[in-house]
Write a new protein. Structure first.
Length: 215
């Protein structure tokens, strides 16, 4: 073999080895290489671990608790008036007067309670929509950062806390049928990146002080 041919062959072998090594490293570092670039995200985890969602849920529960306390107080008042009513003869003027007042209180109680629960529901709906918009905007930002064209949702199988076999099987079948992603390479997972960015933005905006659950 000519000396020139030997060095050319050696260079090809070395270059080939370098290319294989780099291809392996690149494949490990960039699982999105080639074709349509796809990423996956666990939206359930993002919503559950987003600090804003946790704070809002806490505030909503506190408000529900206060409403419950007020409801108990009003219910006790009505029970006391009902007990007092039973002491009067059903055909007496006092019984009629107290009965009318009690019915009015019961009506006002139902209206008040329904309005309070509707208000909580409206607030929860508005904040859920806002949070979803924030999450999807961050997903889009992260996707664009990695030149990803498609982001799919995936979730872990979660079984209900019950020993009822039929309910467990039903829940399992429903989750299996509703799953959009059966397998994904960990390299295309963006859940943590999105979650970290959302929580950092929430803290930077002032955290809990920046939220008003009534708006």
């Amino acid at each position: 073999m000519k000396r020139g041919s030997f060095w050319f062959l050696l260079a090809v072998v070395v270059a080939g080895g370098w290319m294989v090594s780099n291809a392996f490293s690149a494949g490990k570092a960039d699982a999105w290489a080639g074709g349509t670039r796809v990423a996956v995200i666990d939206l359930v985890k993002v919503f559950n671990e987003f600090k804003q969602t946790q704070v809002l849920n806490k505030k909503m529960e506190e408000k529900k608790s206060k409403i419950g306390e007020e409801a108990d107080r009003r219910q006790e008042e009505m029970n006391a008036e009902k007990t007092a009513l039973d002491a009067f003869a059903p055909d007496s003027a006092d019984w009629y007067k107290r009965s009318t007042a009690l019915k009015k209180k019961q009506f006002e109680y139902e209206v008040w309670r329904n309005l309070e629960m509707d208000e909580i529901g409206d607030h929860h709906l508005r904040w859920t929509k806002r949070t979803y918009e924030m999450v999807t905007a961050e997903v889009a930002r992260v996707a664009q950062k990695h030149n990803v064209q498609l982001v799919l949702t995936h979730e872990q199988l979660e079984m209900p806390q019950t020993r009822d076999t039929s309910k467990l099987m039903q829940a399992l079948y429903q989750q299996i049928l509703s799953r959009k992603v059966v397998y994904s390479d960990p390299g295309i997972e963006i859940t943590e990146e999105v979650l970290v960015a959302l929580n950092e933005a929430f803290d930077k905006a002032g955290g809990e002080k920046s939220l008003d659950p009534n708006k």
